[in-house]
Design a protein around this ligand. Structure first.
Ligand code: PRX
Length: 572
């Protein structure tokens, strides 16, 4: 079998020919599918939920199919509309206004989604936090965003440093069973029991804020990537073209709403397109994920290479125990999709896996493989209509095909971030000569397919999660034994990269397995499990530039046994 090109499967797709769609494409045309195009009244929560709830043919369709080991629930568009009206009434009652930041720190559950849309309905900005975050990660994000309200659970409350957060006025506790104390705590269930199902939605401007996702760069604390309601245009369009949504699809996006995939494609794309969206609670195992696909007759699945690699390792016998015949379309995002995984899926599922490329900052898919397109395993695909992508040099000049450089996008697609929260300098630094420069290195072949090569900065991608080395280093040196730390991503066959830390010890500390484990746990319980280094190596010194910057590149070259390149700025 020629594995360099895999042809499309037969079937009727929403977009039969990318080149035809691209010709003369205008985002204006896409806007006609929204009710605000006619009414002039904008709110993404209305378009995603209420619009369907007002449609007699749609209102009783299951919007959210929740499936967790201890809870199963089907919620219709009508019910989700009413539940989010109730939460909006609660927020309004407690003084939340347009533009306020309301953060969510809770597990994926029906209540999460009712709260999420309630926040949008009052015109506030939602900030979803990954439930595995520990105190430092929660603190950094609440501090920077100056969130005034947090929705969380009693179990997670111990990780919220409430007394250190002067802007945080109110905490909504979900599942507190009546024992909330103090004026600043709001009992979710008690309020919901009394709240009205009717709410006059706050109409906003398309350029008004909707969402902040924090993400990591190679320096500094996590940055607040600010998205506006206008992003819905691209969430909807890519849902239609790339995810190929049809009215009766049952769709499952495996990402957590604490990450951008879990909002853009776990919330907006499916519901803007009016399809049934499976939300799975509980932990990952190949068996439990196959079971979810089988039990709910999932037709479209959006997941990540790390999970797919675990399916491959689990072996063919496991998959044979499940009926996956409903599945018609699979997509992947977040890290390089190995060609071997595509081969595996062709053999075992008789399906192609369609890679998609985008980032927290881009808000939605930009480079994709459509179901109707020839795919080239190892390539991320081609740009969507209305998006111009290129490989540029450091000055923002376009490079010819097959030359490696910065993957860049011409400024101005609908879902592009509009700011880095309270950090205009950082925002500006993404743009060179009219291009948004991604920080990924890639090349484009003669046919316009893009091929990912790596990151140009020190950002680590471990199991598809983006980790900033600076955050981990900062946490490491808070440990009493650690003097200095340098953190890199080390290639790993299953996780893509693992986090490796090089440290020096303070006087009086000796290397031991117990000490290393203690340091690892310190990061895990202080920051988050996915940011904890899997490997820690003790050094006599950490290489730094004369200006004191850690030379992570040099650490990486040492680790991989590569030439060390230019070390002229190295401190003595
Ligand atoms: O390096 C690229 C990698 O993930 C980065 C973006 O991470 P994040 O903002 O967390 O968003 C992830 C999901 C949208 C990119 O700069 N990445 C994303 N998709 C791919 C990828 N690397 C290779 N292939 C992809 N398809």
């Amino acid at each position: 079998m020629d594995m360099t090109k895999v042809q499309p499967r037969s079937g009727k797709h929403n977009v039969e020919d990318l080149d035809v769609l691209r010709e003369g494409f205008d985002w204006e045309e896409m806007k006609k599918d929204f009710s605000w195009y006619k009414t002039g009244k904008v709110n993404a929560a209305y378009e995603a939920i209420d619009r369907h709830a007002e449609n007699p043919n749609k209102k009783d369709q299951v919007a959210l199919l929740y499936s967790a080991p201890d809870r199963e629930e089907s919620i219709t568009f009508d019910q989700l509309s009413k539940q989010s009206n109730k939460t909006a009434n609660i927020f309004k009652k407690y003084g939340i206004q347009k533009g306020d930041r309301v953060f969510l720190f809770m597990p994926r559950s029906p209540e999460f989604y009712a709260n999420f849309f309630g926040i949008l309905k009052v015109g506030a900005i939602a900030g979803p936090l990954f439930e595995a975050f520990m105190e430092q990660a929660v603190r950094d994000r609440l501090e920077d965003s100056e969130a005034t309200m947090l929705i969380t659970t009693p179990e997670l409350l111990s990780r919220v440093p409430v007394s250190d957060l002067p802007n945080l006025k109110q905490i909504v506790l979900v599942g507190a069973n009546g024992d909330t104390e103090g004026d600043n705590y709001i009992n979710f269930e008690e309020e919901m029991a009394e709240a009205s199902e009717n709410f006059d939605i706050e109409w906003v401007d398309r350029e008004d804020g909707m969402l902040i996702h924090y993400t990591s760069g190679s320096t500094g604390k996590p940055k607040g990537v600010y998205h506006v309601h206008n992003a819905m245009i691209q969430h909807y369009a890519t849902g239609k073209w790339v995810i190929d949504f049809k009215d009766d699809d049952i769709y499952w996006c495996t990402a957590d709403p604490g990450w951008v995939t879990g909002t853009s494609y776990g919330i907006f794309a499916p519901w803007l397109n009016g399809v049934t969206n499976v939300i799975r609670g509980g932990r990952f195992s190949p068996e439990s994920w196959y079971e979810t696909l089988d039990k709910h007759n999932v037709t479209i699945w959006y997941t990540a290479p790390t999970a797919l690699r675990k399916f491959v390792s689990a072996g063919d016998e496991v998959v044979k125990q499940y009926d996956l015949s409903s599945l018609r379309h699979v997509m992947s995002v977040g890290e390089p999709l190995n060609p071997e995984v595509i081969t595996w899926a062709l053999r075992v599922l008789d399906l192609r896996i369609h890679d998609t490329w985008w980032m927290t900052e881009t808000g939605a898919m930009l480079i994709v493989n459509l179901p109707s397109m020839e795919i080239r395993p190892g390539s991320m695909g081609r740009p969507i209509p209305g998006v111009e992508a290129a490989i540029v040099d450091n000055e923002g000049n376009e490079l010819p095909p097959n030359q490696m450089g910065n993957l860049a996008i011409k400024k101005g697609w609908p879902s592009m971030m509009r700011a880095i929260w309270k950090n205009p300098g950082k925002f500006e630094s993404y743009f060179i000569n009219g291009w948004y420069v991604s920080g990924d290195s890639a090349y484009m072949d003669e046919d316009g397919y893009f091929w990912f090569q790596g990151r140009l900065d020190d950002v680590i991608n471990t199991s598809g999660e983006r980790v900033g080395p600076f955050e981990v280093e900062s946490k490491l040196i808070e440990h009493k034994a650690v003097a200095e730390a340098g953190v890199i991503g080390k290639p790993d066959p299953e996780r893509g990269e693992i986090i490796k830390a090089f440290i020096t010890l303070n006087p009086g500390y000796e290397s031991s397995d117990e000490l290393l484990e203690d340091i690892r746990q310190f990061v895990k319980t202080g920051l988050s499990a996915h940011a904890a280094p899997r490997e820690i190596e003790i050094k006599d010194s950490i290489p730094k530039t004369r200006s004191g910057k850690i030379m992570r590149r040099l650490l990486k070259s040492w680790e991989l046994g590569l030439p060390t390149g230019d070390t002229s700025t190295l401190e003595e």
